[in-house]
Design a binder for this molecule. Structure first.
Ligand code: UDP
Ligand code: MG
Length: 321
């Protein structure tokens, strides 16, 4: 007889009252259709202001009768999806499950794919099967455009590479879950963290689906900030460019100085023009301010990181550790 594999289903939820039940029913169906597999649910309520937590608790009560394991963690406020995923990952790392899946509550990540992911993992023996969107249908044009640009820059200039269209939907073996749980950084960018921890990853493609109910929580501004944060988290390239630029400028001005001295000695003094001087002052003033701003981005992150604040604050949970 084959061993029964237990899979922790990690679901970050923020104001998903309308979706959670449908999500749970559909995922249960998937579970029932899979042989030799049992799911254990970890719902993370990311400080929802609607009935999300009540819905989860209702499912918990029902689950007790059906011998399904549902765990939940509820935050004291909204900490963001990154924090919610981290809480779920930590809970899974400390659980008895063999594997873990991170999946959205809005059914944009079809739970049926978990079956395919398990199949691929079995076949190839890989450590992780991750989903990649092949279309961005039903998504604002501007968002697709920004996302494309982001992946290009990220892959070219940072320490890690991320597949275009990679989403947070993935199946992982315990070792990978533990590796991610052991990364306590407070400014988290999971797509980068997944790539950084390594492990053999297979990709599975899927078409974009519209969310079941409600709106995406992302605004264009929020996404842009997320992208810049993600880049800075994994790249020191901008700092290197800064250094190189400073070096080149210093060398250039030294050469210019030598040129001026020789010119004065050979041809005598001429009337200096103030326009070019002002231009140079303004130019370098601007460059220096921009450099300081960029340095500030890194220093600001160090400042936040050294405070050692927790990634999230738990208000209640049914996991006893
Ligand atoms: N989410 C969360 N905290 C947040 C925002 C989102 O836990 O602050 C959850 C949300 O409930 C959903 C998933 O993250 O399960 C994806 O969110 P959303 O659908 O808004 O993002 P999109 O699918 O547009 O990337
Ligand atoms: Mg969504």
């Amino acid at each position: 007889m084959k061993d029964i594999k237990t899979v922790d289903i990690i679901v970050p939820c923020y104001n998903e009252e309308q979706n959670i039940e449908a999500f749970y029913r559909r995922t249960r169906q998937v579970e029932e259709s899979l042989e030799g597999c049992s799911f254990s649910y970890i719902f993370v309520d990311d400080g929802s202001t609607d009935g999300t937590l009540e819905t989860i608790k209702k499912l918990c009560q029902e689950a007790v009768e059906r011998v399904v394991s549902i765990k939940y963690i509820s935050f004291s406020r909204n900490f963001g999806k990154e924090a919610a995923m981290y809480a779920g990952i930590r809970a899974s790392a400390g659980s008895s499950g063999d594997l873990a899946v991170i999946i959205d509550a809005d059914l944009q990540h079809p739970p049926e794919m978990i079956g395919n992911m398990l199949g691929i993992m079995e076949e190839t023996g890989c450590d992780c099967v991750a989903a990649r969107r092949v279309s961005r249908k039903g998504e604002p044009k501007i968002r697709s455009l920004l996302a494309r640009g982001f992946y290009k820059i990220m892959n070219r200039y940072s320490d890690i590479s991320i597949a275009d269209g990679a989403v947070d939907f993935r199946l992982m073996k315990k070792a990978m879950v533990k590796a991610i749980a052991s990364m306590p950084e407070t400014q988290r960018f999971s797509k980068g963290i997944f790539a950084w921890v390594g492990f053999d990853t297979e990709w599975i493609e899927f078409e974009n689906v519209k969310r079941l109910s409600g709106e995406s929580k992302w605004t264009v501004w929020g996404l842009t900030k997320y992208a810049v944060d993600g880049f800075i988290d994994f790249a020191d390239y901008p700092l290197k460019v800064l250094g190189a630029f400073g070096g080149v400028t210093a060398a250039g001005s030294a050469l210019y100085l030598v040129f001026e001295i020789i010119k004065t000695l050979v041809m005598g003094k001429d009337t200096p023009g103030y326009a070019s001087t002002i231009c140079l002052i303004l130019f370098f003033g601007g460059v220096i301010i921009a450099m300081l701003g960029l340095l500030g981005e890194y220093i600001g992150r160090m400042y936040l990181e050294t405070k050692g604040r927790p990634v999230y604050v738990e208000k209640e949970s049914n996991i006893d550790d």
